[in-house]
Every structure is written in C-alpha cells, then in structure tokens.
Design a protein around this ligand. Structure first.
Ligand code: ADP
Ligand code: MG
Length: 560
C-alpha cells in the first residue's frame, strides 16, 4: 500500500496532470484533431484564409499551413508536434503544409475508436508504419518523370507545378503570370542551393500585375545625402566596387584625446582628417568603378565627391543585398580601398535607378554570373503582399524541388485516392487485426479529396463515390476532384501536378507524428519547474506593474 502511494506523494503536488493510459492517448488525439480542424478549411484552391492577430496588434492573413500553425501559438504538448511537422514540411519541401497536418489529424482520428476499444497502440503503430511504407512505394511507382525534356518543355511543365501550388493562394487569380515568373527566377539561379539568391522585394501599391522579375539584383534606394541627385542614375556595363567601410568624414576629436601645446597644431589635425577621407575617395575613383556600394555609411562629402566625378554611390546597403550583388556581378566585398585590383570589381550589363510605385529602386540587370534573381512584388495592402510573398516562396520551393527530383504526381486528391484504393486492396490479403488498421489508414487518406470538395462547397460524398468507382475500375488512377465543375476529372491531363516529393514527405511526416502521439500514454508535468516558470512570469509581471499593485494594496488597507 505504502509502495503504491509513494510515487503519488511525489507527483501529486497541486496542479499535477495525472492523465495516464488510454485516457491520455485519447485526450492527445482530441487535441490534435482540434488543431487539424483549424487548418482544415484552408486546403485547396477554394480554401479559405485565416486572419490571425496577436496581442501586439499585428495581423496576418494566410493560407499557408505552416504560417498559421506557427502563429496559433499552441501550448498543448502533444498538439505541438503537429506544429513541428508543419514547420519541417515547410523547410523540407516548402509546400503541402496543410496536407501534412490534415493527414496526421485524420490518422489519429481513425485510430481513436480502436484505442477506445482497447487496442494496444503499438499494434496500430506497426500497421500504420507498414501502410506508409507501402504508400510511399506506390507513389514512387506512379510518379512521372519530367527528365530529358527540352528547356522550353521543362519550363512549361515546371510552371504547371508552380501554378498548382499558387492556385490555393490569394494570388491564385494571377497564377500563370506568377508561375512563369517563379520558374524564370529558379532557373536563373541554376544549381545553387542558396535560396536567398532569389530576392523578393515588396512595394505596396500598384497592381499585382505590375510585379516584375529582375534578372539580377534590385534593392530599394538607400538613404542618401545632398549631391546624390547630381549622380548619374544609369550605366551600361559599369564596374562595381563593393565595400564594407565607412566613407565619412570622421571627426576624431570625438573619439580620441589629443593634447596640443600650440593652437596652430589644431589645424594640422583637421587637415589630417580631411586627407584620410580624400585619400580613400581618390582610391575608390582610381579603381575605375562607376558604382560604389557600401554596407556602411557613405557621407555627404563622399556623395558630392562621387557626384563630381560621375560616379554613383549607395551607402548602408543591407548585408544580404550586398552579398547578392556580389554573387550576381562577380565582385568581392572589400574591407579596404588599398590595392583594389580589377578582379574584385563586379560588373553587369545595365545599372539603373528606377521608380517603382512610391519607391526608387537600384536595379542591376544582365549580371554575368546570373546567379540571382529578384522579384519585385506589387499589390494593395501590406498583409496582401506579405501573403503573396509567402505564396511565392511556396512556389519557388516547389519548382526547385521539381527541378531536382523531376518527378510529379497528379494532384487534386488523385494520388491520395489511388493510394487509398491500393492499400484497401492490399489489406484484403492480410489476415488479422492489421487488416482493419490498414483499412483505416487508407480511409484517412481520403481526407484530402473530401476536404477539397468540402471547401469548394461540393457534395463530398457524391464526389468521393465517383472517385472510388473510377479508381477501382483500374484506369482512373489520375482522376481527382475537378475544382471547376464539382465533378471528377483527370488531374494529370488538367495539369494539376505536384512534385512527388511533396506527397512522400507529407505521408512520411504525418505517419511519424501520428505514431509518436499514439505512443505517448502519459504526460508528466513537473510541478516544480512549472511553479518556477510561474514565479518567473509573476515576478516579471510585478516588475512591470509594481506601482499600481502597491497602490491598490495601500488603498485596500486604508479602507479597512
Ligand atoms: P498545402 O498547404 O498542403 O499545400 P494547399 O492549400 O496549397 O495546401 O492545397 C493543396 C491541395 O490542393 C493539393 O492536394 C492540390 O492537389 C490541390 N489542388 C491545387 N490546385 C488544384 C486544382 N486546380 N484542382 C484541384 N485540386 C487542386
Ligand atoms: Mg500549397
């Protein structure tokens, strides 16, 4: 008796969560289902968007599963796993974030009745793993390669993939326009893995269609001093000097202590300061560069000096932009102006400062190493452009994936239906309980087409029945939901394509997450660490609001 009570004495402090066993598994499943329900309505081209605003007053409108999950700020320990898989899907493949959360939620939902009936979670887990293994092999089998096509053909195919991704987004109405832009951008950077070589610059105002792609680098005009307006704003094949030094008149008297015995010496110090800066500027000019960019400030003296010599300069260029200019123009960022050799200077076909909306942009196009591209996004509200940026990011990732793996599968729920059919068929060959579990897994996969229908306002049961029949007939493997008519259509023929890696990763991650949650049968909340956290939070609060708290108590005392 005493031995039984002992652990309870330790654990059962006030506020300890004692949930354990079957009840705990079921409660975790419920939490995850709730989370999946939140993102459910965003799936697909007819999906809705979520507006999330935090306590700081920031509002975000998004359709992207990962973004929504991140912003939801989920505290439930098991449900947090869903946030993690959404994030990992986002960083691994870039798209399919809603899909992965939905699938995980649905796998768990299907598992719930079994758990309630007393099935041991490990049995379920084993079957789920088998099912996911079979499913992934099936996807690989069904995937169609786009390898070996001509560049033009390939471009068209990639644009189809990008358009499928974009069709579920706010900018879906202009998906062809943006899809080809994204494909051009991705092909421009070639095999380079660094995603930041594709810059996305947001300029509020204007029309979506005013967005454009720069085959090179573009950034917003930096802060400039008087004299800037006299500098030329357009060069053909200029040499470009990239610096990481300040070109400003330093008044050293602010930083150094100098003892003078004779006031006449003061002038020599001032002269020395001027000499240093003029020396630096001279050296910049001598390099033959027509454009000088620096990560640090370029002051008014330098600006005027360059203007007099028909040189363009920009200071306080962000590090990211400067590196992209370096990558694009083949230059190297210098930390000194001494002995600058020709090799470290960059060059491009055309440099221009252009007006875009209310902003001026410095644009470097026709860059020799061509390994950068910049998309300048236009559009109404800030939230709108932000969401457009996220959507383009998804599309960029998808195109990159497709370039790398170059296999695609039919979207619109077609691939999901086909795997589901395959698994059901497979289940029939198995004896034992596993048959039921694999069947449930197969049923869970149908959530994708069902949700696509629900979100579009179609009769999901009707469409699913048609799809099941078509897929069972053996020649309808590519049939999915037709989002335009509410019937079924050959998704592949309609170019609703997804890179197979999106589906493979989604199924893998969702299965793993579901198995993980099923395998947790007890949550031990450590009351000590919790109270420590609570105290820390409380003292932080008190620190902020000490005045009013004290005053409040004082008044209370007096009244008594
Ligand atoms: P995720 O965050 O998972 O990518 P989306 O909201 O982007 O979620 O929706 C993706 C789903 O929408 C995929 O299953 C895809 O096949 C489907 N889909 C995209 N475009 C179409 C379309 N034109 N017709 C039918 N289904 C589509
Ligand atoms: Mg998507």
């Amino acid at each position: 008796m005493a031995a039984m009570l002992q652990p309870q004495i330790i654990l059962l402090k006030e506020g300890t969560d004692t949930a354990q066993g079957k009840a705990q598994v079921v409660s975790n499943i419920n939490a995850c289902t709730t989370v999946a329900d939140t993102v459910r309505t965003t799936l697909g081209p007819r999906g809705m968007d979520k507006l999330i605003h935090d306590d700081k007053g920031n509002t975000t409108i998004s359709n992207d599963g990962a973004t929504i999950m991140k912003l939801l700020d989920i505290v439930h320990p098991a449900a947090k796993i869903l946030v993690d898989i959404a994030k990992s899907q986002d960083s691994e493949v870039g798209d399919g974030t809603t899909t992965v959360v939905l699938l995980a939620g649905e796998f768990l939902k299907e598992a719930k009745p079994f758990i309630e009936d007393g099935v041991h979670p490990q049995n379920l887990i084993r079957s789920y793993r088998t099912a996911s293994y079979l499913a992934i092999n099936k996807i690989k089998e069904l995937a169609v390669s786009i390898e070996g096509k001509s560049l033009e053909e390939k471009k068209a195919l990639l644009a189809k993939c990008a358009a499928t991704t974009l069709s579920s987004k706010l900018i879906g109405g202009e998906k062809e326009f943006f899809a080809s832009m994204v494909v051009d951008a991705v092909l421009a950077i070639g095999d380079d893995d660094r995603l930041n070589l594709i810059g996305i610059k947001k300029v509020p105002g204007g029309n979506m269609r005013d967005s454009f792609l720069v085959n090179g680098v573009a950034f917003k005009k930096t802060f400039s001093y008087a004299g800037f307006e006299q500098q030329p704003k357009k060069f053909v094949k200029p040499k470009i000097l990239l610096l990481n030094i300040e070109l400003e008149l330093k008044s050293e008297k602010e930083n150094a202590e100098i003892r003078l015995s004779d006031p006449a010496q003061y002038q020599s110090i001032v002269d020395a300061e001027w000499n240093i800066i003029y020396d630096k500027l001279d050296k910049c000019v001598q390099t033959g560069a027509k454009i000088v960019l620096s990560r640090l400030a370029i002051g008014d003296l330098a600006t005027q000096y360059f203007a007099d010599r028909d040189i363009f300069c920009a200071g306080r260029v962000t590090e990211e932009d400067l590196h992209r200019v370096a990558a694009a123009t083949g230059g190297t960022v210098q930390t000194s102006v001494n002995n600058v050799i020709d090799e470290v200077l960059g060059s491009c076909e055309l440099f221009e400062e252009k007006q875009v909306g209310n902003e001026r942009f410095n644009i470097f196009s026709g860059c020799p190493s061509g390994q950068t591209a910049t998309i300048v996004l236009r559009g109404g509200a800030d939230q709108f452009i932000d969401e457009a940026e996220r959507s383009l990011h998804d599309a960029i990732m998808i195109v990159r994936r497709a370039v790398k793996n170059s296999t695609v599968v039919a979207g619109g729920g077609a691939i999901d239906m086909e795997i589901s059919r395959f698994l059901r068929q497979h289940a029939r060959t198995i004896a034992g309980k596993s048959q039921l579990f694999i069947n449930s897994y197969a049923k869970a996969l149908e959530v994708i087409p069902r949700q696509l229908c629900d979100n579009a306002g179609f009769d999901a049961t009707d469409v699913l029945n048609k799809l099941r029949q078509k897929h069972a007939s053996g020649e309808g493997a590519n049939y999915g939901v037709d989002i335009n008519t509410g019937g079924i259509a050959d998704s592949f023929a309609n170019f609703v394509w997804e890179p197979s890696v999106v589906k493979i990763n989604a199924i893998n991650a969702a299965t793993e997450a579901a198995c993980l949650i099923l395998s947790v049968d007890e949550t031990v909340k450590n009351p000590k660490s919790e109270s420590a956290q609570g105290e820390a939070a409380a003292s932080a609060m008190a620190g902020r609001g000490r005045g009013p708290v004290m005053r409040g108590r004082g008044r209370g005392m007096r009244r008594r």
